[in-house]
Design a protein. Structure first.
Length: 251
């Protein structure tokens, strides 16, 4: 039988974390108090599946937002699957999978958090310990041309943008030890640099997103819709859900 108080607290803490009102550490502590162990997905998923029957128990103004979080969690955890031909994951040892091994997306696509509407994925590896992704290599998801390399960018540190001709742009942020230059051609899986923490601003992670190849995105490699009035509309218009794009799903 569904434990409604457990589910409600977990969802509440998840929402608070996504809105930037509590830290990931606080979220983890709250989850553990209620029986959610790190990496224990089966119990969580069972309860998330039952969530849709609890609409009447939740403030309707929060439901649509929570529903998107739950749908993304189920999508990513239940059917992450293999990367489509011609592509690979930007991190991990087995880059034929999304996301490889114990890598997770800590923020998610088109979700609101403390810096506005998120354009892609924040890829973290916190097993066997915190910041296990520190200095891990970053790879090009497909063949293309490096169309921008920016360093010393406030909030970003270093950003690499690759143009995959005729289809999309991939972007990799908070990197260090950059191994490519603007104008360079790269192949799928080529080494780009290492995961950094933007000079200590964040925990170690890779911000990764995939944008549509448009004139605006080509001329604005540091684009960030943030909290603009049309920010969510711009994210959905200009960026792909990276998990779905790597799987080859039509968007």
């Amino acid at each position: 039988m569904l434990d409604k108080p457990l589910l409600s607290e977990h969802l509440h803490c998840t929402l608070m974390n996504k809105l930037g009102l509590i830290s990931a550490v606080s979220l983890a502590k709250a989850a553990k108090r209620r029986g959610f162990e790190d990496g224990e997905m089966s119990k969580t998923l069972t309860q998330l599946k039952a969530f849709r029957s609890l609409k009447s128990d939740l403030d309707i103004s929060l439901f649509d937002y929570l529903d998107r979080i739950i749908a993304d969690c189920l999508d990513g955890a239940l059917s992450s699957g293999n990367v489509r031909p011609g592509y690979c994951a930007p991190v991990g040892d087995d880059r034929s999978r999304i996301w490889p091994g114990d890598w997770v997306d800590a923020t998610g696509y088109a979700r609101y958090y403390s810096y506005g509407w998120h354009t892609g994925a924040d890829l973290n590896l916190n097993k066997p310990g915190w910041d296990s992704d520190k200095h891990r290599p970053v790879y090009a998801i497909a063949a293309g041309e490096v169309c921008a390399v920016r360093t010393g960018v406030p909030g970003w540190a270093t950003v690499i943008c690759i143009r995959h001709h005729g289809e999309c742009l991939s972007r990799y942020a908070h990197c260090e030890n950059i191994a490519v230059r603007q104008g360079q051609m790269v192949g799928m899986g080529d080494y780009l640099g290492n995961i950094g923490n933007a000079g200590g601003r964040y925990p170690y992670h890779l911000h990764f997103d995939i944008a549509r190849e448009t004139a605006r995105m080509l001329s604005h490699p540091l684009d960030w819709p943030g909290n603009a009035p049309d920010a969510l509309e711009r994210v959905r218009r200009d960026y792909f859900n990276p998990l779905k794009h790597l799987r080859g799903e039509v968007q």
